[in-house]
Design a protein around this ligand. Structure first.
Ligand code: 13P
Length: 253
């Protein structure tokens, strides 16, 4: 059985005070369930990682970065390495979030290097995949998701891939209030799981967690996560509100 996993991607939001308040509220509101029935993680902006980790005060909540660079150190102005993230206490890193793919222009090749570097350095990558609205309309969802998973994991052994979480986030559902129907989410998740079985083996495919992201809210979280292949949520906007995020955590139980 895959344990549910609920993660909050704070994106470029919060400030030094509100990030600490949010972390503290999540920690106290989830203390009964965190790490037991459900794994929880938050992804604050880089600059607030240390203060958020401190505010979580050893609560059973993991912290991750919203991005990571693949080189170990050196002249890469503005980038943050795996070892820096490990040094401040991160467990996870998002790789290939749709905003990095489509706003910043990251390619599958770059994302693959990030996933590989994260695993080698001991960070758990969350590989984000998902189609644009025009791709869904053109019935290219399966093709796009397949390509992003294959390219994102290229060259990685089955042992390494077991460190990965996949997040299916249809781009048209991110921050738009439009949510994939539970059936649409299940279809994409099933596709990813079957693909993992083909690329690796059945055991790995059964074990890897696949999260859904895209306008997850307290009102729709339970039904989405009830789908067989939906193992949790990667939450954007609603993860910035303590009560909403706590309600989504409850919905995962
Ligand atoms: P929203 O929940 O705001 O749609 O964002 C989803 C997302 O991109 C999480 O990574």
């Amino acid at each position: 059985m895959r344990k549910p996993f609920v993660a909050g991607n704070w994106k470029m939001n919060t400030d030094s005070q509100s990030s600490v308040n949010l972390a503290g509220g999540i920690a106290s509101g989830s203390s009964e369930v965190a790490g037991r029935g459900v794994d929880i993680a938050v992804f604050p902006p880089f600059v607030y990682l240390p203060s958020v980790i401190k505010a979580l005060n050893m609560a059973n909540i993991a912290v991750g970065a919203q991005d990571v660079y693949f080189e170990q150190n050196g002249a890469f102005t503005g980038e943050i390495s795996v070892s820096m993230l490990k040094d401040v206490g991160c467990t996870y890193a998002l790789c290939g979030h749709s905003e990095r793919r489509h706003v910043i222009g990251e390619t599958d090749e770059l994302i693959n290097k990030k996933v590989a570097a994260a695993i080698s350095g001991g960070l758990l990558p969350v590989l984000c995949v998902g189609e644009l609205l025009e791709e869904r309309k053109a019935s290219q969802t399966n093709e796009v998701v397949t390509r992003q998973v294959q390219n994102g994991l290229a060259g990685l052994s089955v042992e390494k891939v077991s460190a990965v979480t996949i997040a299916y986030e249809p781009v048209w559902a991110i921050g738009t209030g439009l949510t994939a129907t539970p059936e649409q989410a299940q279809q994409a998740h099933e596709l990813v799981r079957k693909l993992l079985a083909e690329m690796y083996d059945d055991q790995l495919a059964e074990e890897i967690r696949i999260l859904y992201g895209g306008s997850v809210k307290p009102e729709n979280a339970a039904e989405l996560m009830r789908q067989q292949d939906v193992d949790g949520s990667l939450v954007g906007g609603a993860s910035l509100k303590t009560d909403d995020f706590l309600a989504i955590i409850q919905a995962a139980l």
